[in-house]
Each structure stands twice: as structure tokens, then as C-alpha cells.
Design a binder for this molecule. Structure first.
Ligand SMILES: Nc1ncnc2c1ncn2[C@@H]1O[C@H](COP(=O)(O)OP(=O)(O)OP(=O)(O)O)[C@@H](O)[C@H]1O
Ligand SMILES: [Mg+2]
Length: 580
């Protein structure tokens, strides 16, 4: 948790100000008991002498000014502590966000989305709350406790007082030990369970329609209740133990006051100490215990924040498997993609999802992949975009190994339409120009035209300014598909990658759209994954995948003759006449 303090460099002067104000506050606090003693001394004049009200009044005013100064210091420290903490944690949040953004699919799978959300929100808030207390009390607590102890030892060295204060400190020490032993292991468990609550909630919200349609509410409710009850049990225990601590403090302070009063009355009776000394001892003992309790407060809060910090550091320190390069190496081809004997197994998987795949597609050509579901088509595209690194073999784009590209340069070459198109909560035009924010209105309109979106966009309220909701839920599946195709077209890339991107379109639109792309995006290489033979039969090269293996390569006509798997797929979709 203390690693975060490194981010304080630019705010060192604010931290220095907190230190100075804390020292000032402690000094003010230590002035009050002696002044109080003076007033008591004044009131308790020997018989025959008169009370000098003027002295009491002046001392009271003096005390008031000191108490106000101490209060002002406390307020200023609180404001500064919140400011320093907020800035520091905003930086951590940003670093966390940047790190997560650089994650490859492998790291995303390792952490789970819901856990990453908990870490970025709940964990950061826990640490933030603790750091405010930390800056406020890390110096104030010890200074108050040690200073009060020194004052008591020097000024009021009666051993009876010291023994009773030591007894109180010991009882509080034992209470802290018990808390740390019981609560700290629970904090780890609680944070993990919050992850799970988030996971179930997220799943339930995303799959709301499925849950309703299958009357699975009670199944989902049970799932949620189980994890929620389990979290509540642990949370309750930790809160009860923490909650019990404050009454213990009050009890110990109360008992200490009674003990000091009893001891003092005996000592005053014997004439060992003057009358006013009892008040001074009680006040210093209270300061000592307050300092001690504030230190304890940190001891109680820091373990919870440390658990959260550990989870955040796990993300910040996690090695990135797919390492980026500052600059791309030189390359001398344009619009080509080549696989050289590529095999790939998903991390943790035992069977390869792709096995010894080799092919090359040149500029302006169309390469299509077809195969049963789970054959490895999306996996293959993921390797071109370097979402994963190959297990064996090399993937080359424009003649250069993708591992030698800077990711920005690499992605700029592609107009990628994923199998599950995703639209963001933003205007329609912002969604389409995501990869090219400086695209002109003509570019945008042309992309909408090629992707056959113009008609439906013109019917939307506000047209290209239409506000798309998160995930693109307020447009139809086919419209989402077309807008994500438009997003790729706006890029004017060297290479298009369409992962089953025409499946949600009706046959006619599919045909017109592909025709338009061919006509108006001349020179662009097309890599198409499709389930429909009709979509790919005019491709320059078709590769048939089966269980991660390449079982056929050639044109539609060649494959019909030599590839049984292709012929089977084709015959299941088209009549003999259509095939010819
Ligand atoms: N993230 C992953 N982790 C582990 N295995 C995976 C992962 N993604 C896919 N697989 C496995 O890899 C194989 C190929 O999956 P892939 O998504 O490439 O198939 P596909 O040909 O695109 O199928 P579809 O036509 O259904 O989209 C499948 O057996 C699948 O279970
Ligand atoms: Mg797929």
C-alpha cells in the first residue's frame, strides 16, 4: 500500500504543510492542560485569599484562542489530506485504467471483467479512505501519545499514575491484537466475494432478457442470494469486531479516569501532589490515550486497505504477454498477410485451436475462411491482429512479423469488424469515426453509404447525431453490424477483416454491400470469415478449416472438386444449379 506514496512527488510541499500543521496542532494541544491547571490553582485559593477573576478570565481567553488554533489546524490538515489523497488515487486509477487497456485477451481472461471493475472502484475507494486517515493521524497520533507520555514522566513522575496508564495501554494493545487476528484474514475474503457479487449482478443485467424468457429469475436470485449471504456473514463479523473496539476504548478511558482520580485523592490527602495536578494528569492521560487510539485506528484500517492495494498492484505488476514495440521495424510490402506454419493453443488449453496453418493473401485480393463452428476462424483472425501471440510459426503483415510492429501502426492497417459488433454509448457518428476522429463528413457519409446504412440512419431522430446506447442496444442487430462495417470503411485501411460480419444481413443487403466494397474500396485486401458459401464463393482464395486444421485451399470451383468438407457445406446451403 505504501508503494502508492511514490506518486506524491509533485505534491511534496502539500505533504510538508501537513507535517508543519500537525506539529503546530500538537503544540497547541499540549498547552491546554497546564493552563487548565492554572485556572484550578486560581480557584482553589487558600482560605482567606480572594479569587482573582481577572486571572481566570485572561487564562480562559488564552485557552480559547489556543483551542481555536488547534481546531483550525485540524480543519486545514483534513482538507489537505483529502486533496493529496484524491490526486494520488486519481493517478493510481489512471495507471490502472491504462494498464488494463494494454491487456491482451489472455490477461483479461486471467482477471475477469467484474474483478477489474471492483479493483478500479471499490478497492480504490477503500485505499482512499484509509489514506485520508493516514495523512491526518500518522504523525499526530504518535506525537500526541509520546509527547503526553514524556510530559507525564517529567512533570508528574508518580509511579502510580504511570502504572495505571501502562495498564490502559496494555488492554488497548490486546484489543488491537485480537482485531487484527480476526479481521485481517476476513478482508481478503470480503474483497473476493465483492468481485463475485459484481459478477453475478453484471451477468444478470446483461442476460436479463434470457433470464426472463426462461423464467430463470429464481435460479439467478438463488445464485445472487448465496453469494450475497456469504458476503454479509463475513462483513457482519468484521464490522462487529471493529464496532466493539470503540466501546472498549471508551470503557478503558473511563476506567483510567476513575483510577487516576482515586490515586490523586490519596496523594493529595497525603500532601504528595498539589490539588491542581490531578486535572493536569487526567488531561495528559486523555491526550496520551487519544494519540494511542488514533494510531490504533490506522492499525485497524491499514490491513483492509493493504488487501485492496495488493489486488491493485497485482494488476499493475501483471506481465503483459503480448509486448508492444516503441517503433515498427521496416517492412516492404503493402496489404499482405502471411501465415507460416502457425499453430496456436489457448493459454491453459490442451489441444491446439490452430494447427500448422500456412497461406498468403496479396494486396487487393479476397481471402475467405469457412468451417464449422469452433473450427478456429476467429482464433486465426485474433493472431493477425496480435490479440494473442502464436504458439509456433510466424504471422507476417506487409512482410513483417507482427511481433516487430508497434501496435498502433499495426492496427492502423486494418479495418476490423468483430464477430460480435460493439457500439459505445456515444453519437452514431462518433461510433463510426472511432478509429478516425478527423474523418470528414464526406468520408462518414460514404462509409454509411457503402455499408448500406444511409437509409436507416436517415430515419433515426437526429440522423448521424443519434445517441447510441451502451453496447448499441437501441439499434437492431443488423444495423449494429452495418455501423461496425462503416466504422471499418471510414478507416480506409489496407486490409479489411470481416469476422462473420455479414451473417446478420439479409441475402440481398449482403450481396449489395460486398459489391459496393469491391467497387469503391479498390486495392484493399479482404479477409472474410463467413458461414454462408454464397458470401465467399467469388473470393480469390478460400481456406476450409476443420478442427483447427486447414483441410482445403483454393477457389470455389477447385474446392468443390477436391475438398469433401467444402462440398458438404456448400451442398447443405445451395442447390446444384446455384453452385455452378
Ligand atoms: N478464450 C478462449 N480460451 C480457450 N479456448 C477458446 C477461447 N476462445 C475460443 N476457444 C476455443 O478455440 C476453438 C476455436 O474457437 P473460434 O472462436 O476460433 O471458433 P470459430 O471458428 O470462430 O467458431 P464460430 O464459427 O462459432 O465463431 C474452439 O474450440 C473454442 O472452444
Ligand atoms: Mg468465430
Amino acid at each position: 500500500m505504501f508503494r502508492f506514496l511514490k506518486r506524491l512527488k509533485e505534491q511534496w510541499w502539500l505533504v510538508a504543510l501537513i507535517v508543519i500543521l500537525t506539529c503546530a496542532q500538537v503544540c497547541f494541544d499540549f498547552m491546554l492542560p497546564s493552563l487548565m491547571g492554572d485556572i484550578i490553582k486560581e480557584i482553589n485559593v487558600k482560605s482567606g485569599q480572594t479569587i482573582v477573576m481577572q486571572n481566570i478570565f485572561t487564562t480562559s481567553i488564552y485557552m480559547l484562542v489556543i483551542a481555536l488554533s488547534s481546531g483550525l489546524c485540524a480543519i486545514a490538515i483534513s482538507i489537505l489530506a483529502s486533496k493529496v489523497t484524491s490526486r494520488m488515487m486519481a493517478r493510481v486509477r489512471y495507471e490502472l485504467y491504462s494498464k488494463i487497456s494494454s491487456f491482451s485477451a489472455h490477461e483479461m481472461n486471467g482477471f475477469s471483467t467484474s474483478s477489474l471493475i471492483t479493483r478500479t472502484t471499490n478497492d480504490i475507494t477503500n485505499i482512499s479512505n484509509t489514506y485520508v486517515l493516514f495523512f491526518r493521524f500518522i504523525l499526530y497520533g504518535p506525537l500526541l501519545a509520546v509527547g503526553a507520555f514524556v510530559f507525564l514522566a517529567i512533570k508528574n513522575s508518580q509511579w502510580q499514575f504511570m502504572v495505571s496508564i501502562a495498564g490502559a495501554v496494555l488492554i488497548l494493545g490486546l484489543a488491537i491484537f485480537a482485531i487484527v487476528r480476526i479481521c485481517v484474514p476476513k478482508f481478503d475474503i470480503i474483497q473476493t466475494k465483492i468481485d463475485k457479487v459484481n459478477l453475478v449482478t453484471k451477468e444478470n443485467l446483461e442476460g436479463l432478457r434470457v433470464v426472463r424468457a426462461y423464467n430463470a429469475e429464481s435460479y439467478q436470485k438463488n445464485k445472487f442470494s448465496n453469494i450475497n449471504d456469504s458476503l454479509t456473514k463475513d462483513d457482519k463479523l468484521a464490522n462487529r469486531v471493529l464496532g466493539a473496539f470503540f466501546p472498549v476504548i471508551q470503557l478503558v478511558i473511563g476506567l483510567l479516569m476513575i483510577t487516576i482520580t482515586l490515586i490523586s485523592s490519596k496523594l493529595i490527602e497525603k500532601g504528595t501532589i498539589p490539588y491542581d495536578q490531578m486535572t493536569v494528569v487526567i488531561q495528559f492521560a486523555t491526550l496520551l490515550l487519544t494519540g494511542f487510539v488514533l494510531m490504533v485506528l490506522l492499525v485497524v484500517y491499514i490491513p483492509r486497505a493493504s488487501t485492496c492495494a495488493k489486488r491493485i498492484n497485482e494488476v499493475l505488476d501483471s506481465p503483459i504477454l503480448v509486448k508492444d514495440n516503441a517503433k515498427s521495424d521496416r517492412y516492404n510490402e503493402v496489404g499482405t498477410v502471411e501465415f507460416k506454419d502457425v499453430s496456436f493453443t489457448y493459454p491453459g488449453g490442451d489441444a491446439p485451436s490452430l494447427d500448422k496453418i500456412s497461406f498468403k493473401v496479396n494486396k487487393g485480393e479476397t481471402l475467405a475462411f469457412i468451417g464449422a463452428t469452433g473450427a478456429g476462424k476467429t482464433t486465426l483472425l485474433n493472431l493477425i491482429l496480435r490479440f494473442y501471440d502464436t504458439s509456433k510459426g510466424t504471422v507476417l503483415v506487409d512482410g513483417l512479423d507482427v511481433k516487430k510492429f508497434n501496435s498502433h501502426d499495426l492496427f492502423n492497417k486494418f479495418g476490423y469488424v468483430p464477430q460480435k459488433p460493439y457500439l459505445f454509448h456515444a453519437k452514431l457518428k462518433e461510433n463510426v469515426c472511432l478509429g478516425k476522429p478527423d474523418a470528414t463528413r464526406e468520408d462518414l457519409m460514404e462509409a454509411l453509404d457503402i455499408s448500406q446504412s444511409t437509409e436507416f440512419v436517415s430515419k433515426l431522430t437526429n440522423g448521424i447525431d443519434y445517441e447510441i446506447s451502451q453496447g448499441g442496444k437501441n439499434v437492431s442487430g443488423g444495423q449494429r453490424q452495418r455501423l461496425s462495417i462503416a466504422r471499418a470503411i471510414v478507416m480506409k485501411p489496407e486490409i479489411f477483416i470481416f469476422d462473420d460480419s455479414f451473417s446478420a444481413l439479409d441475402y440481398k443487403t449482403d450481396k449489395v454491400l460486398r459489391g459496393e466494397i469491391k467497387k469503391r474500396c479498390k486495392g484493399t485486401t479482404n479477409i472474410i470469415v463467413a458461414q454462408r458459401v454464397g458470401t465467399i464463393m467469388d473470393a480469390d482464395q478460400i481456406i476450409v478449416l476443420d478442427n483447427g486444421k486447414m483441410v482445403g485451399k483454393g477457389t470455389h470451383k477447385e474446392l468443390l472438386k477436391k475438398c469433401a468438407v467444402y462440398k458438404e457445406i456448400a451442398l447443405s446451403q445451395l442447390s446444384k444449379e446455384e453452385l455452378e
